[in-house]
Design a protein around this ligand. Structure first.
Ligand SMILES: [Zn+2]
Ligand SMILES: [Zn+2]
Length: 414
């Protein structure tokens, strides 16, 4: 018997942000991710109807950020890894704090954040179970950040929801492998963009640049996402011998990573890297950091966090440099810095004299890797999501009989 299967995006189909996808198989209703875009003000998906299962691919806010509101829909289990549930909890509390400081109406309450903690059902990669008499779910490591999952739904048809994924190995996690399926629902964050060079070459250029900055008497400021990117950078710099100070939420996230070594490629390397880094705990620490060589700090897109404190002190110093380690999304402070050499300090726009460079330490598959991955999964249909450049990716996938680019709120029969 062939089951009736259709999907509908509640958010994030055509952009990198606030992802949420509903999948209905006959009378079983599944929700994949329920994220928010941490823009000003935050962008959220359409309200979610009651569902039977929720699957959370990973902790990043654009996938997990709006989960607490689901506690209104009763006690529906949310399946994810233990590390994902713990980091999501940290990010939910932080979102609430940001809403308060920025003056937005909070998307949920502390009570809802607590309630949702009890709804998490811990799963692991390779685990599977029955979700209806005819369908199973199986989890695969996504290679994106520690604990990230791809979700496979299999019965009369096999569907793979990739969440965010990476196929190449990084210091933190190993890349993922393709999964045979009939319907591939694939992210396309890097659609149209390839990573310009191999990791080794990138790391060498990055370390050489820091050497140059330190050599001329400047400080290298490395804005990095708290979850995964800052730990990856700590690992990249592990043997370079710089005097490094680490500030922001990444410190707490590092502790959580080390609590779950089974999700790390080399937990002892991260432990050693963290031991060699100075943690900022106070204003005095911030002063010392400004006299050091390297400051690793959040937020990655420079829209808040301690990075603005450091930049306020260093903005007129042409010897210092801002070395961005993540892509600069349109409308963010880091994009403003790259395009106009200016930063928005809580409403006050100021020029920045520091050198600015971008190093592509992405945790996502690049364009060519997305295409190879899709081909190796050999699906009949491909659904492209979570991308601002889906048309370009669809063009590279035109050998497939059906490539679907759904809009939010559109019903797609599979
Ligand atoms: Zn992600
Ligand atoms: Zn994402």
């Amino acid at each position: 018997m062939v089951n009736d299967m259709h999907l509908r995006f509640l958010g994030g189909s055509d952009r990198v942000g606030s992802l949420a996808m509903l999948l209905d198989i006959d009378d079983t209703h599944l929700l994949f991710d329920y994220g928010m875009t941490p823009s000003k003000p935050p962008e959220i998906p359409l309200p979610a109807p009651p569902v039977d299962y929720v699957f959370l691919s990973h902790a990043h806010l654009d996938h997990s950020g709006m989960l607490p509101v689901l506690s209104e829909n009763g006690s529906v289990p949310i399946y994810c890894t233990n590390i994902t549930s713990e980091i999501s909890h940290l990010l939910h509390k932080d979102s609430l704090k940001i809403a308060e400081t920025e003056g937005y109406s909070p998307p949920y309450s502390t009570l809802e954040i607590k309630k949702i903690m009890h709804l998490f059902e811990v799963v692991k990669p390779k685990e599977s179970f029955e979700i209806s008499s005819m369908y199973d779910v199986r989890f695969h490591d996504a290679g994106h950040i520690p604990g990230s999952l791809m979700v496979e739904i299999s019965g009369s048809k096999r569907l793979l929801f990739t969440g965010d994924f990476n196929t190449i190995d990084t210091h933190l996690v190993k890349g993922t492998k393709p999964v045979d399926c009939d319907i591939l629902v694939m992210e396309g964050t890097y659609a149209g963009r390839d990573h310009p060079m191999g990791r080794e070459e990138l790391e060498k250029e990055f370390i050489d640049k820091i050497d140059e900055v330190v050599g001329r008497g400047g400080v290298a400021v490395l804005p990095a996402f708290a979850v995964s990117r800052s730990q990856e950078i700590a690992l990249v710099l592990r043997k370079a011998g710089f005097d490094i100070w680490f500030d922001g939420m990444g410190r707490k996230v590092s502790k959580l990573f080390l609590k779950h070594p089974e999700y790390l490629r080399d937990a002892s390397a991260l432990k050693r890297a963290m031991n060699d880094i100075n943690l900022v705990h106070s204003d005095h620490g911030r002063k010392l950091a400004l006299e050091s060589e390297v400051i690793l700090t959040s937020s990655g897109m420079m829209d808040g966090g301690p990075v603005l404190h450091y930049m306020n002190k260093l903005k007129n110093d042409p010897k210092s440099a801002v070395l961005l380690t993540g892509y600069q999304v349109e409308g963010t402070n880091s994009r403003l810095l790259v395009d106009h050499r200016k930063l928005d300090f809580y409403g006050v726009l100021e020029s920045v004299s520091c050198e600015v460079q971008y190093y592509d330490f992405s945790g996502h598959a690049g364009h060519s890797e997305l295409v190879s991955f899709a081909k190796a999964c050999s699906p009949e249909k491909i659904v492209l999501m979570h991308s601002e450049n889906r048309e370009v990716l669809a063009e590279s996938l035109k050998d497939f009989s059906e490539v679907i680019l759904p809009h939010n709120d559109q019903y797609i029969s599979l």
